[in-house]
Ligand binder design. Sequence first.
Ligand code: ATP
Length: 253
Amino acid sequence: ESIRQTKWLASEYYYLDETESTNMVAKKLAEEGAAHGTVVVAGRQTAGKGRRGRVWETPPKTSISMTYVLKPDMMPGNASMLTLVMAMAVVRGIESLTGLEAKIKWPNDVVINGKKVCGILTEMSAQMDYINHIVVGTGINVLNEEFSDELKDKATSIYLETGKSVQRAGLIEAINRQFEHYYEIFMETQDMSVLAKEYNTLLVNLGGQVRVEGGKEPYVGNSRGITQRGELIVDTWEARRLVSSGEVSVRGV
Ligand code: ATP
C-alpha cells in the first residue's frame, strides 16, 4: 500500500500466492460487488488463459498475472478498446522501468524484439446496453530465464531482454500508473480518438505487411494503424479493410 501511486486504481488490492486465473477471481469479486478499480495479482496462475481458451504459461515466481475490475458507465460495444488501452500502459510501464522499447502487436500482445512478453485478455459481463463489469487481465513475462520448446522462438521476458531482475512490484506500480492515465483519457470520449495517434507510434510493424487470419478467408495487406474505434486498418491490393479485434489473429511481427 505504501508505494501506491495511483488515485483510484488499486484502492482495493488482492494478492494471492497462487490461483487458477486472476480473471476468474476478478470476475467473482466483481459479481460480489468489488469496486471499480479493484486489482487482483497472483504470484502464480495454474490455469492462465489466452484468447479462445488457449493456454497462457505462467511458471512460478517469474511472471506478473494481474487483472483489473472495471465498472465504467459506457456502452458494451466500446469495451474491447480497453485491451488497447492496457497494451499502451504495459508498453509505457516497461519502458519507464527498463528503457526497453516494447511494441504492441494489435490487439492484445506486447512484444520486445519481435517476441511476446505480454498477453492481455479482456472479458465482459453486460446487458444489451449496460456493462455489469469488465475484467482486463494481463500476463507479463518478467523473470523467466527460459521457455518451453513450443514458446522458445516466440516468447521473451524482461530478464532475457535486459539481463536484469526487475522487481515485479515496481513494474506493477508503473503499469497501474500508466493505465490510470490512459484510461482517463479514453473515458473522455469512450473511444481511441485521442489516443490513436500515440497508439500507432507503439504499433509493431506499422506500414509493414500483415496477415489476417481467423475470418472467412485469410488475407494479407499493409498495416496502417488503428481507427478511433480501435479497429486495425489493413490495406490489401484491392481495398481498405477494417479489422475488429474479435476473433482474428494478425501475423507478421
Ligand atoms: P496470436 O499471436 O496467435 O494472435 P493471441 O494474441 O491470440 O495469439 P493469446 O491467445 O492471447 O494469443 O495467447 C495464447 C498464446 O500465447 C498461446 O497459444 C501461446 O502460443 C502463447 N503463449 C502462452 N504463454 C505464453 C507466455 N508466457 N509468453 C508468451 N507467449 C505465450
